[in-house]
Design a protein around this ligand. Sequence first.
Ligand code: NAP
Length: 297
Amino acid sequence: MRKVSFAEFGGPEVLRLVDAEEPHPGPGRIRVVVKAAGVNPADWRVREGQVLGAHPTRLPSGVGLDAAGIVDEIGAGVEGVAVGDRVFGEGASTYAESAVLSAWARMPEGLSFEEAAGYPSVVETALRILREVGVRPGQTLLVSGASGGVGSAVLQIARERGIAVIGTAGAANQEYLRGLGAVPTTYGEGWVERVRGLGPVHAALDVAGSGVVPALVELTGRPDRVVSIADLGAPDHGVRFSGVAGSMPDALAEAVDLITRGRLHIPVEKSYPLSEAAAAHRDSQAGHARGRRVLIP
Ligand SMILES: NC(=O)c1ccc[n+]([C@@H]2O[C@H](COP(=O)([O-])OP(=O)(O)OC[C@H]3O[C@@H](n4cnc5c(N)ncnc54)[C@H](OP(=O)(O)O)[C@@H]3O)[C@@H](O)[C@H]2O)c1
């Protein structure tokens, strides 16, 4: 089988499509024929060697956490899933024709592999940071960086829970945010005043890591009402940095429920063949997205 691999940390050019041994699932895992792999910013942070604490990486290394595919091998002790099932979930080295998953769920009826591959990590992250920031129904949440993968999930889950959202995004994504139930405004000069003009904010999420943490504290009035997933300097302002993943099986179960009820849809910004993983990383690193990018083996 073929997979994307890198032998040294570096830019997108270190990614290579190589022949590899087929992986086999250990106890509690399954293997899938990958139909689509989600591209997350974490993938290029791993490729650059930025996050060795959270993602210990031995070279050469595969890439990719999220995938959707068809089950073709089942590890010892696994129940409730059969060869031939269509699943989506999280694993390792998912930019490949075949990958082992450590957490999965059956794909909702009618969902494409391409779209399904975009959900696992963003839904886990969105559920975790909504829990950690402690925002309640009837309150207003500010999301800085609302149009990307995580932001898109946060907005829709918040809407489902009766939480009002103000979201910042680029000019091209204002209508997109409105369609997800948020009151949009643009980031950039004057954004704090624009948000203030939209009314009081009870809690805030820094999803973009664009140096806004002190302003989010000012807008909410309290550092414990702010959570960042993208600014490692957040604790310097008394703000929690959220970096430890919660339960992926619980996140997938919630994703299935929301998708099935038509309450969650994360669009695919662009699909790339596996051979163009470097281009997908370049585009993801450029930092402007509407939903998720995926690779198709
Ligand atoms: N700590 C964790 O557990 C964890 C988990 C998941 C992700 N993350 C991190 O969270 C970040 C977002 O992830 P993602 O998957 O949502 O990324 P993404 O899909 O690539 O989206 C990035 C978004 O950032 C927005 N943006 C760019 N510059 C901005 C600015 N100055 N102000 C506000 N928004 C801005 C873009 O909006 P426009 O396109 O509208 O310009 C884009 O929608 C990444 O840095 C990722 O590494 C951390």
